[in-house]
Design a protein around this ligand. Sequence first.
Ligand SMILES: *Cc1c(COP(=O)(O)O)cnc(C)c1O
Length: 376
Amino acid sequence: MIRQTWAEIDLQAIKKNIRAFRTHLPAEKEIMAVVKANGYGHGAVRVAQSALQAGASWLAVALLEEALELRDAGVQAPMLVLGYTPPEYASLAQEKRISLTAVDVEHLVELSTQVEPQLPALGFHFKVDTGMSRFGINTHGEIEQAVHLYQTRLRSSSHLLWEGLYTHLATADEEDTTYTQAQVLRFKRIQVFLKQQKVPIKYYHAANSAGTVREFDDLETNMVRVGISMYGLYPSEHMKTVFPFTLTPSFSLHTRLSQVKQLAPSTGVSYGKTYMTEKPEWVGVIPIGYADGYSRNLSNQAQVLIRGQKHPIIGRICMDSSVVRLHTRLPRSEIVTLIGRQQDQAITADDLAHILGTINYEIPCMIGERVPRVYK
Ligand SMILES: *Cc1c(COP(=O)(O)O)cnc(C)c1O
């Protein structure tokens, strides 16, 4: 590695978080580890392998391409594509044993016309929209149509297997659970209807990380989809008070001082001289910038850790580099932590999310491919 900027991924932390979920959940509930978007920026393949070793049995991705990448890397576990897959790729999914989401009845019909009879059945999970208003069907009529399609065509066909029914919760991380309870109840009614109609479905799932650790009376599911908290982050501020176990963050971001020098008083720092020195000041140049996903909106806002102490980013963050104010002269190559711990100090994804007016989910995702992931 020539570059002196890297993200360190703590795979032991990922395993610890999955084990904590495993211990918390009843044995019959399976864990689907959500590794979309390159494992929330952590690296999908390594995260998937660690999650499976620690007790997850399924993987979820957003795109068929993401599932193919995992298969190509030799990951054998069952996998679900959560997003919409154009029906012409049904046979590719079959060939690779990747399950697809049917987002509505029309999509399911199209998938059924595209499956390859020679290949093993295409597994699908039918998505119901109980209040998120994203993918899925949202009327009872459509559920009846899906059941009708099953009874008239799919049941007797060996090309499509109705493997799961699922929904997604919009507010499971909020203190007020009223909306989630309503979603859960809608899901429950559909489950009851499918059972009455004798549609044998193996998996029912609804909970994301937040939903997984909360109790909902009507939620009778046998799989949970854990994303953000497998990576060691809480889904929201409120959830920090609700979580029954402590999470361990797995993502940290580091670089090294490339140059150290002293600036004279009244010297501007970086484009637009948005920071001016007041006195003689020591500064360090670090080789990370907005092209690495270290957002320009962190200019004059973010802090970094050096030798266990916080130091401010001064002036504008550039495409490939930024400037840090130092307390004193330090050697070149001194380690600088932009996200993570040093001694008793920490800069968290939540801290950066707060500055940027976003959520912690976005922070590891935004650190670009140019930053190598190093596994610990
Ligand atoms: C991303 C995603 C998840 C994981 O949610 P977290 O809040 O990260 O646990 C679960 N289900 C669906 C459908 C998703 O898109």
